[in-house]
Design a protein around this ligand. Structure first.
Ligand code: AOS
Ligand code: ZN
Ligand code: ZN
Length: 388
């Protein structure tokens, strides 16, 4: 069995992955949302389910909320509820994509009344952050156009800057704005924040507390995502990850499921760039479990991140640097591949047990009775956001 050094175990011990509240709701495609028994009926139950993931893995101490999907009357009560269950509330995600007013844009809209409405939504999100104790406001914008000529793309960039600057000015001293980019969808011709370069330019114009969110599903096929990770870390602008897997577009599947090697490569650059366990880089999941059970889906996800982190930590950095200096192409590649091909699962299971966790969190959750309990207790769970 591979052994993991005390340095590696110390790094893994500090690792934290933030869970999205929407992963616990029912989700699907535009063709069908299949309901799952035991689905949470409100944000309190979503947080309770997220706390189960942390209970069995020790890896997921925070839960991201989405406004208005997770709107409650008393955010202080939701915060206390989370803390009673051993977790905390994390990133607040805004939503300017489900209101008819935003059909032609929100923070970029030509009509100042609508643009102001979208800005005010973000200011309300910051009010929520004040109550929940959240650090990050994550903004993903569904804005763009479908046809050449439909919009003045440059004017939209200018309005976007103006809107983001107004939102940024409202942030508290310990709060951050994190801007997420996405290649396409729902717009198909142009998107206002399509790539890391645009997210970088827009956040750099705001200030140090404006960062970029890299969603692993938001790039063209074949994109070297780890290069972007390296560059954003180098620039001090990588604020967070939305981890997930894709086969085709923005599939939001379990991280590490479609391409574990890509996840390993990304984590390798995170380590190289000082982003592992750095308070400046939030590891989040952005996933939906359309077919599989949601709590086990999230447990599997955080374990995948942990396993690939452990493998990336196994890279012999000194030997790699020496091989790179010598331009020994095959030796350098072999060092990386040796780490990738190392099965760390037995060592991680043993390490979990040594810390009082179950060796196999998936099996421990299945045996816990929690799933049967929520299926019996909860009737009429809500969809993940859409329609909530
Ligand atoms: C959308 O494609 C983005 O990935 C968002 O990060 C996220 O899925 C959405 O904000 C859910 O709230
Ligand atoms: Zn995302
Ligand atoms: Zn997405």
């Amino acid at each position: 069995m591979t052994t993991l050094s005390s340095d590696i175990l110390a790094a893994l011990q500090s690792q934290a992955v933030e869970l999205p509240s929407w992963a616990f709701g029912n989700s699907g495609t535009r063709f069908k949302v299949f309901a799952t028994r035991g689905t949470p009926r409100d944000p309190f139950e979503k947080v309770a389910d997220a706390a189960q993931v942390h209970r069995f893995t020790g890896l997921a101490p925070t839960v991201a909320l989405h406004i208005p999907w997770d709107r409650v009357d008393d955010y202080g009560a939701l915060r206390r509820h989370a803390e009673d269950l051993g977790v905390r509330l994390g990133t607040i995600n805004s939503n300017t994509f489900q209101d008819d007013d935003y059909k032609f844009g929100a923070l970029t809209h030509e009509d100042d009344t609508i643009r102001r409405k979208a800005i005010d939504h973000h200011l309300a999100c910051i009010d929520v952050m004040d109550a929940t104790g959240s650090r990050d406001l994550k903004i993903w914008l569904a804005e763009g156009s479908n046809y050449p000529g439909q919009n003045d793309m440059r004017a939209r960039q200018d309005r976007l800057h103006d809107s983001l600057a107004t939102i940024y000015a409202r942030l508290g001293a310990d709060q951050r704005l994190v801007l997420e980019y996405k290649l396409f969808e729902p717009s198909f011709y142009h998107t206002d924040v399509p790539d890391w370069g645009t997210a970088y330019v827009q956040t750099a114009a705001l200030g140090d507390r404006a960062m970029v969110c890299l969603d692993t599903g938001h790039h063209a096929p074949g994109t070297n995502i780890e290069f972007i990770v390296m560059q954003l870390l180098r620039l001090g602008k990588l604020g967070s990850f939305d981890f997930n897997s894709r086969f085709y577009a923005d599939d939001d599947l379990i991280v590490g499921a479609a391409d574990p090697f890509q996840l390993f490569r990304i984590l390798s650059e995170v380590i190289r760039g000082g982003g592992l366990n750095s308070p400046g880089v939030a590891f989040m999941l952005d996933q939906c479990h359309n077919l599989e059970a949601k709590i086990p889906g999230q447990i599997r996800s955080v374990l995948n991140v942990q396993e690939m982190t452990a493998r990336a930590l196994l890279i012999d950095r000194e030997a790699l640097a020496a091989a790179q200096r010598a331009n020994d192409v095959l030796a350098a590649n072999a060092i990386v591949m040796d780490a990738f091909y190392t099965d760390v699962r037995p060592a991680l299971a043993q390490w979990r047990e040594s810390r009082g966790l179950a060796a196999d969190p998936m099996a421990a959750y299945a045996a816990s009775g929690y799933q049967g309990q929520i299926e019996a207790d909860r009737v009429g769970g809500v969809q993940a956001g859409w329609g909530a």
